[in-house]
Structures are given as C-alpha cells and as structure tokens.
Design a protein around this ligand. Structure first.
Ligand code: UDP
Ligand code: MG
Length: 310
C-alpha cells in the first residue's frame, strides 16, 4: 500500500484537478493507496472541497484539519502520523508536482533507497526564487555532505520506517534528506517534471531562504553534534580564551619587563573580555553536555522499566 500525503494551505482551486490526475495514474496500477490531505489552517474553501472529494471516494481519501496554519513541516508530520502505507509519498497540493512521476518514485524506492527526493531541474518559479534556491542547495550540499540538487523539493518518497523516526517541526522540512541520512538511511534522487503554478499563490518567497540558513545551523547541530554539544561550542570558546590570554600575556610582559603603564591600553579591555567570553562559551557547552547526559540517562531508565517489574 502507498500513502500520498498532501499539505494544503489555500489551494481550493487546484484540488479537484489534482485528484483527477492522481486517480488517472494510480487506478490503472491496481495498487492499494490512500490520499491524505492535511489542511494546514486554510482560510479559503479548501476544507469544503476536501470534504466533497472525500464523500466521492471515501475508500481512498482521508483528511486532517489543523486548527490554524502551522506551516508545512507540522502539516507533513501530522500526515505521516496517519499514513498506513509501506511507501509514503509527499507532494505539493498546487499542481506544480506532476502525479505521473509517482511510479518512478516507487520504482526507485523498490530498488533499495529509503528516501527518494525529487529534483526539479527546470524549476518553474520566479527568477529570484530559482536563483536563491540554487544557492541554498549549494550551501546545504557543502554543509551536510549529502549530494542532492534539490533538498527542499516537496515531491519525495519514503520507506515508512524513515518518516516514523523523523521529528519534524518549524521549518525543518527543507532539510528532511539531511535528517534522514544522518540516521544512516540511503538517500537518492530522481528528476521530476515541474509545472507553473496555475491557481492561488506561492506561500514562500525568496526571503524565506534567509531563515533557511539559520535552520541549516540547527540541522548541522542536531545531526552532527546533538550528542556532543561541547565539540561544536568548545573550540569557539577556546579560540576566544586563547586570543585573550595571548593579549594579556603580552601586556604582562610590557608591564613587568619593559616597565610600561598598561592601564590605558585598549588591548587590556579586549583581552579581558575575550577571556571571559571564552569561559562563558565553554560553560554553555558543558551545560549542553549536562542536558544531553540527563536526557540519555532518562531514556535508559525508561527502557529498563519493563524489566524491573517482574
Ligand atoms: N503549504 C502548507 N502550509 C504552509 C505553506 C504551504 O501546507 O504554511 C503547502 C501549500 O499548500 C503547497 C505546498 O505546501 O501544497 C508548497 O507550498 P507553495 O507551493 O506555496 O511553495 P512553493 O512551491 O512556492 O515553494
Ligand atoms: Mg508550489
């Protein structure tokens, strides 16, 4: 069985055609499937249209409605919780993703990949958006070491196990491949056809990519340093501390050996500040370690519970 998870935020005009196109591809394949619409707090009449579509084919269409607009990551996460399929496919609800690609995704998953991401090589959006997306992908590729061209493509296929281990929130949907690959899963990509948006408008402008770079920091942190925060923070603190120490040593030499007054030297203030900052940053890392250790020992405690009650 496959599950299609489709986040919807004000896409009323696209829904009917979307279902028609999906049915045209999936019905002849004679496979068991479900389509899960996640209405992410739409304010148009998407909900009414989803209800009508659901009445027409209750065996295939399911839906969840979020109380307000929580964003795509939360919408996907809600859809994943409901999905029963062995393969889960996400696609945008704005008709920009072409359902004809679905069989190609399934084939690639069957060839052994855990996550297959779409690659919109010819992206049909505005020039600014296409360019900033290229930059975003280049940076993400370098930072995560994962060789994908289009991290943020909404069209993806997952082996069910991978999504059930994924904690998605905020705007981390842009980095799903990095989060999944960090757990040792095989990640691949296929070229997909991308179409112009015909109805409604895009919810994400180019500006969003700026937040995206901050999210990248978060992702690097939670994929590489989650269990060892001091390794990421420690070196930064050390650099501050050592440069402060170097300045202070030099001033001490001037004072003691060369007999100069140093009370009026800007370097004095700089060195003292730098050393204090270094110590503070280092302590932040230690607090991080402490939190990690507590959480890990709680987890272990949880696992032991059942064996202790015999
Ligand atoms: N979307 C959503 N919640 C949001 C923003 C977007 O569920 O807060 C959905 C939207 O309805 C669409 C998909 O996410 O199905 C992709 O959004 P959009 O087409 O606006 O992004 P773009 O293709 O312009 O990057
Ligand atoms: Mg779109």
């Amino acid at each position: 069985m496959i599950s299609l998870v489709i986040p919807i935020f004000n896409e009323a005009l696209s829904l009917k055609q979307l279902i028609a196109e999906i049915n045209k591809v999936l019905l002849p394949m004679k496979i068991d499937f479900e389509i899960i619409f996640v209405n992410d707090g739409s304010t148009d009449n998407s909900e009414a249209i989803i209800d009508r579509l659901k009445q027409k084919s209750p065996q295939h269409i399911k839906s969840i409605r979020l109380r307000r607009n929580f964003g795509k990551a939360t919408a996907l996460s809600a859809g994943f919780n409901m999905a029963k399929g062995k393969v889960i496919i996400t696609m945008d609800g704005d008709l920009q993703d072409d359902p004809k690609e679905i069989p190609h995704f399934i084939k690639k998953i069957e060839s052994g990949f855990d996550l297959v991401s779409g690659w919109k090589q010819h992206r049909r959006d505005s020039l600014i958006k296409n360019t900033s997306s290229k930059l975003f992908n280049l940076v993400t590729r370098k930072a995560t070491g994962i060789n994908l061209h289009d991290f943020n493509c909404g069209f993806k296929a997952y082996r069910a196990e991978t999504v059930h281990r994924l904690a998605l929130y905020g705007e981390l949907h842009r980095y799903i491949p990095a989060l999944i690959a960090a757990q040792g899963y095989q990640v691949g990509e296929i070229l997909v056809n991308h179409r112009k948006r015909r109805y409604g408008k895009s919810k994400y402008g180019a500006l969003r990519f700026i937040y995206g770079f901050f999210d990248l920091l978060t992702v690097i942190f939670i994929t590489k340093y989650r269990l060892r925060p001091l390794h990421m923070i420690g070196p930064i603190g050390l650099i501050f501390f050592l440069s402060g120490l170097a300045g202070a040593t030099y001033l001490t030499y001037e004072k003691l050996i060369l007999n100069q007054t140093i009370g009026n030297r800007p370097l004095l203030l700089l060195s003292v500040m730098s050393m204090i900052m270094g110590v503070q940053i280092g302590i932040t890392g230690l607090v991080g370690e402490q939190i990690t250790a507590s959480i890990e020992s709680l987890k272990k405690h949880d696992h032991q519970q059942p064996t202790q009650t015999h």
